[in-house]
Each structure stands twice: as C-alpha cells, then as structure tokens.
Design a protein around this ligand. Sequence first.
Ligand code: OOG
Ligand code: MG
Length: 262
Amino acid sequence: MKLDPATIARLAEHLENCELQGRDTPKITDDHPEMDWDDAYAIQDEIRRRKIARNARIVGFKAGLTSHAKMKQMGVSTPCFGFLADCFALAEGGECKVSELIHPKVEPEIAFVTKRALQGPGCHIGAVLAATDFVMPAMEVIDSRYRDFKFDLKSVVADNTSAARFVVGGRALPVGDVDLRTVGIVLEKNGEPVAFGAGAAVLGHPAAAVAMLANHLGARGEAIPAGSLILSGGITEAVAVQAGDSLALRVQGMGSVGMRFL
Ligand code: OOG
Ligand code: MG
C-alpha cells in the first residue's frame, strides 16, 4: 500500500459524498498517482464500511468491465469488482430519479443469486453453476463519480466501480434451464432496440465473471455468502439515459425487466 490510513479514509469520504450528493470530481489518481491496487480496494472497503455504519445492508457484489464492448468503451483491459447495497435497489418497473445522479448509464446484465457460499482460489464456472440458486435479467445503472466518466482502473475501483442503482426482474430460472452463453438480450430505450448481445460477450460465459469475483474475494480473505445477488457485468456498451426515458431489457426465455427515469 502506498497511501496512509488517513488518506484512504479522506478519499472514501470524498467519493461517497460525491455519490450521495450527485456531484462529480476529477479522478483521484490525478492527486495520488502512486496509489496501488490495495489502496483502491481499501478505499472501496471504507465506503462499504461507512454505508454499513449507517445501517445499509450489503446484498451482493458486481463484476464490471467483463465484456469487450465495455472494456473498449471505457479504455481498460481488466475486470473490476464492487459491492451492492440495499439502497441501490429499485423496484421492477419502478422509477429512477435522475436528479440524484450525475450522468447515469444503463447496462444489460445477467444477475446470479447464490444458494451456497463461494470462495476462491480455484473457483470455476462449474462451481459457480453448482452454487447458483437462479439467474435473472438485470439492468445496472452506473454513475461514475468522475467527471465525464473519465477514469483509470484504480480510480474506478475506489469509486465502487460506478455502482449506483440496479433492478432485477423477469423470470428467475434455474441455471440448468438456460444456456447462458447463447442466451440473447435486447435493450430497448423508449421502445427502440438500442443494444443487442448474447451472454458469451461476458468472458465467454457470465458465470466466469462470478468465478473471477470469488477468486478475487478469496485472495482478500472474503467469500460470496449464500443468498448474494451478483451482477455479472454489462453485455453491451452502457447506454446514456435522461429524465423521461423508459428502459426495458428482454432476455431470451427469461422475460423482461423495465424502469423509468424521472
Ligand atoms: C465501470 C463499471 C462497469 C460493467 O458492468 O461493466 C460495469 C464503468 O464503466 O463505469 O458495471
Ligand atoms: Mg455493470
């Protein structure tokens, strides 16, 4: 680690305040170019601790930058991981208040819910499928706290990988009932299809993103608890939204999930 505990606490407070107040900031590596990966995850951990101290519940995790479309869009080459708190969750078909956010974008994702704990090292797709209770269509609303969505990987990890809101819906399917590689998805904005893809866009198989998450957490002495919700990462590029937009995600054989931006 290159940053001292006081700097980590200060950066976590700054980034979380930007999140809570819906205001942006230059990326933190501008002032702290020496920051390393442990520092980045330590800042994210401190944001998680701050939320738990205010009675938020951690409901799961997210993998990000797991598809080439997303990596290309953001100019990075490796996935990253964050946490999901109950206060990020929106009701299926519900409303997302744009005034609380900076520059929201929507991503079509496959959500996993675990029935058994998963921990690396050595976690693989088979272990993930065996521990999965069901999968569901999900939309993640990302909202980088960094000005113009411009960041490097360490800055985005510190910022809890742009996590802001999410919605799950449609049909919950046992993993054996769907081929997550070939399952097709269509993201619609105001009734117009705007992005298409298949599950394999995420690391060849969305469960590979969950395995990577378990291995990442295992290396840090953590696990994915049973009953966790995991967003496996955007299948396509993220789509910018504004007040008045209606978004729907259709997933082959799994129904659809929608939300409105007000
Ligand atoms: C980082 C988060 C990316 C995904 O699904 O790829 C992400 C960002 O692009 O702001 O959540
Ligand atoms: Mg995402």
